[in-house]
Design a protein. Sequence first.
Length: 169
Amino acid sequence: MPVGLGVGWSLVIGVLLCPSAYGAEWAIKRLYTPQGVFERCVVESPTLSMSDGYQDTQVTVIVSTQTILVKAKAPLDNAFNDIGLQIGKHGVVKAERVVEERSAVFSDQFRDILIQLTQDVPPGKKGRPPPTLKLYLRFWPTWPTRGLQTVDVSLEGFRKAYTELDMCK
């Protein structure tokens, strides 16, 4: 199992380091164990609202130095093996697995995804929408199935936050 985000979930999301530096954009977060011991830092997207096929649910993208995790409040259904993410016009990358029913893990192609997130996507220019990360999620239980649901995540601020991740201690 990749070390990335420590999918044992003994972690608790900690204090936002620079609340004004990123505003509603991506932010650096400190993670702590339940005992209050600092574990590591990650970059987190703003919390997004999206449809699960019946009602709205919240979704957050968490990026560590080895793994990307998409966390949802509603249970995910990976029975069709079509949960994925897509950066710009690149192909869809499928999640390797779903853990604890509500988290999709992307680690096998982490380096390729990170290159697309940081180097291949220019910052948004005035008059043009910022680049996006599209999430493809399927939720359970939804019967009859409502298919894949999608949401776009702005990448504005991601590159800056990820570059500063090394300084988080």
